[in-house]
Design a protein. Sequence first.
Length: 684
Amino acid sequence: MISLQSPVSHIAGVGPSREKDLARLGIYTVADLICYYPFRYDDRTVQAGQSLQHDARVTVHVTVQAPPGVRHKGRRSIMTVQVKTSDGMPMVAVWFNQLFLRDKLRPGEQITLTGKYDARRRSLAVSHYEFGEGSSSVHSNRLVPIYEVRGDLTPKVLRSILVKALKQFETQISETLPHHLLVKYKLIPKREALFQIHLPKDGESLRQARRRLVFEEFFLFQLKLQAFRFLHKTDQPGVSHSFTKEQWADFLRVLPFELTEGQKKAIREILTDMRSPHPMNRLLQGDVGSGKTIIAFCAMYAAYLSGYQSAMMVPTEILAEQHHESAAALLRPLGLRIGLLTGSIKEKERNELLDCLAKGQLDIVIGTHALLEEGVEFASLSLVVTDEQHRFGVEQRSIFRQKGHHPDVLFMSATPIPRTLAMSLFGDLDVSVLEQMPAGRKPIQTHWITSDKEERAIRFLRAELAKGRQAYIVAPLIEESEKMEGVENAVDLYNRLLDPLAGFKVGLMHGRLSARDKEEVMGRFKSNEIQVLISTTVIEVGVNVPNATVMVIYNADRFGLAQLHQLRGRVGRGEHASSCILIADPVTETGKERMQAMVSTQNGFVLAEKDLELRGPGEFFGIRQSGMPEFRLGDLVADANVMRVAREEAQYCMSLQDFWILPEYRDLVQYLKDEKVLKAPIQD
Ligand code: ADP
Ligand code: MG
């Protein structure tokens, strides 16, 4: 039977090569595709020739008047075509490097053009075109959805596939939300919302579609969270850890530094939880660089002293490697046995490791998602730590908990989430906060420069490198993208900067490298074989190289403040003074203010608030800045109110006796079943 869960090859016109293209975007099923939302929209509503503004990006409908004229300028070709708008205004359409269009642009041909209009020259620099009247097209004369694409797939092709899929599978899209919620919050039906998010009729329809889908996303998230808690609510006690004061004092002596007051307090709170039979459920919040890792190691050491195993889960292999290394350096001398489990560990090693874990011959395991796989079993797991936990979904957290008998859980996060928001995200967590930085930290000097001053940044960089320091350079994209002109990409930047950085070793890293290659580059950077690391945001989380003192971020205005703050946190980790240079040419006032905010404060919480303040609903038309990748559409900061309401409704839903047999909740329950959240009670 064909359903939304069918592979994309069931969509008319999607063959093996398109299927492969889509898979690269993580799209395998029809449902994946339909939920692959645009990241912005281009307003390509057709305008009358008379109403065009100088220097504006406009869309017009025209008829070709004469065959194209072609000039060459170096390796560039410039094609000019006399056209007339439908309201009779003559102008010149200009195409660069698109000679293949020459024969198609015959006089009399109708075409819809989008581009920048120059009123003085009466010319239009074409960036998009669409043959035919274009009035019914999904590519023009409307708010046109723009998708993130890769490889051979263009946004236009993706758009076409999406439209086909929506039409073909329209009747399969069923309503997920109970009717009373649609009524109560005036939410549009799911089917309509999906159509409107991809093909919005106008700005208001888009807003409604988004509102509906964000609500659903948050509501389902909350349900999962609460269903999970509901199912796992237990009177059974967890582990009471116990160890002597002397044992603990021995450990404090081997720490490489004096703990800060904040760290000591957090450790006290954690140890109190761990001693109690009640399972710990604690969030440790601390800005980047505040020293959370050592606290995790303390907790893990306490588990070891009590005769139990502990696990630490992190979002990337690089981070797993790094934590494994520091844990080994600190704890192996004390006799702890520590293992590393990631996706790229070889079969044989992996089997050995799993064997040791199951037999209790390992005290600590550090790893990635690989820890969640079946077959990973513990002899006596009593503590689970997740670092940068917001990257993990609810169900992943729950799998982990099932691997031990109500183990204590410590979540660590550098994302400055306001406490109320943290509550609605993580439930009734206890929270420890590290407010202060370890002593001796020098503030990170942050500068914002425009791209024409790039040379200065490079000069400064060279001076730092000459002193023996290292640097990160971050670009928003991996490789050139015609879809995002003027945005730096790591590959080109690497090639371009090799010369200016001659004399120093430069490395390149991005998400498309294999885990092994990433690790190798990172390893060489750590050991200072590489002095400059040019990268995408893959280095965003957790990486610790104290000798790195410069962070240069290209197109900084394309990142969210939280993300910029995370990136900046990669420097300023050692004894040397550090700098962060933001290269950006923001056009809007808000964009400028965001850069200013970065320059003026280093406090993550202040930045988070600023972010919220500066972002209006209108920003949805701009760049999406998802602070938390867990959500496709919802923005935890901007949509905080929606999350609050979703939480209340989910609580209400869960408070209903046997809600899963009520007809009203049938589709919802089906969803929860599909997501393996509600398995247990439904089988009862
Ligand atoms: P984060 O909270 O971002 O995970 P880390 O745990 O990676 O921060 O710590 C950042 C750096 O600070 C590490 O190099 C760590 O060894 C160091 N550090 C942590 N605590 C202290 C301390 N109390 N005194 C000095 N340095 C510390
Ligand atoms: Mg960390």
